[in-house]
Design a protein around this ligand. Structure first.
Ligand code: FMN
Length: 230
């Protein structure tokens, strides 16, 4: 599939088949992702792949932590704004309600909302989970590099019939995830990714949030003819 078609075809997948993913395939996708550019080629990403028992251990520990009636730990980095405002607030709400609508979750049904949130911590049943870390003392630009790694990874997966869901939901549970994977405190969790074969029969996978038109976020600066260089 041409690259542009893959970009349009990719979507966050929130229901996976139990079908295992060959390790060599995961390795090749990670290798392709690692071709991402990074400022001065520092390649700041550190990837942990979890399957089998370790996957289940992380999943159980975070599901448990997420249901405890205690204040959620601080995010290790501010992925989302501290105070939401429009137009982002409206877009965020539209995204949430679009997803919940497909799942039949009514406004105010907190139990159903929490249950869906907790599915994050089962990697939406994907057999493979990835965690992306970086050294904490790096600059904010390294997060940009990680974003490029992540997009490469998702497109490489898409190309071979796999699906992904990037997951910031794991970030507040950085300490638990690092503890199980023995990642030192000098590193921080950037995000998780669910990876596997998509479940084509799951309604949630039909969710395709729309995008703005190009001109809604692009400003064109044409030189007026009179000021064109001779
Ligand atoms: C870095 C990042 C973190 C995300 N975290 C989550 C998450 O924790 N849970 C989730 O269900 N979706 C998560 N998403 C998916 C977004 O909701 C999704 O990308 C957005 O709604 C656009 O939809 P699409 O990916 O299907 O095109 C995340 C996306 C990104 C890029």
């Amino acid at each position: 599939m041409p690259l542009t078609d893959l970009m349009y075809a990719r979507g966050s997948t929130r229901a996976f088949l139990p079908r295992p993913v060959p390790t060599e395939l995961v390795r090749s996708i990670i290798g392709a992702a690692g071709q991402a550019p990074s400022g001065t080629n520092i390649q700041p990403w550190q990837i942990h792949v979890v399957t089998g028992t370790v996957r289940n251990q992380v999943s159980d520990a975070v599901q448990f932590a997420a249901t405890q009636p205690v204040e959620r730990p601080e995010w290790t980095y501010d992925y989302y704004p501290k105070a939401w405002r429009d137009p982002y607030l409206a877009r965020r709400r539209a995204c949430g309600w679009g997803l919940y609508g497909l799942l039949g979750i009514q406004k105010g049904d907190r139990a159903a909302g929490l249950a869906q949130e907790l599915r994050n911590f089962k990697f939406f049943d994907a057999p493979v989970g990835l965690f992306l870390f970086i050294d904490r003392d790096l600059g904010r630009g390294s997060l940009l590099d990680c974003g490029m790694f992540l997009q490469n990874l998702m497109l490489a997966a898409q190309e071979v019939g796999l699906a992904t869901c990037p997951q910031a939901a794991w970030v507040p549970f950085d300490t638990i995830v690092r503890g199980i994977l023995t990642v030192p405190d000098s590193q921080m969790l950037v995000c998780g990714v669910a990876l596997g074969y998509p479940d084509p029969s799951a309604p949630v996978n039909r969710y395709r949030p729309g995008r703005l038109e190009v001109d809604a976020y692009t400003t064109w600066h044409d030189l007026p003819p009179s000021s064109s260089p001779r």
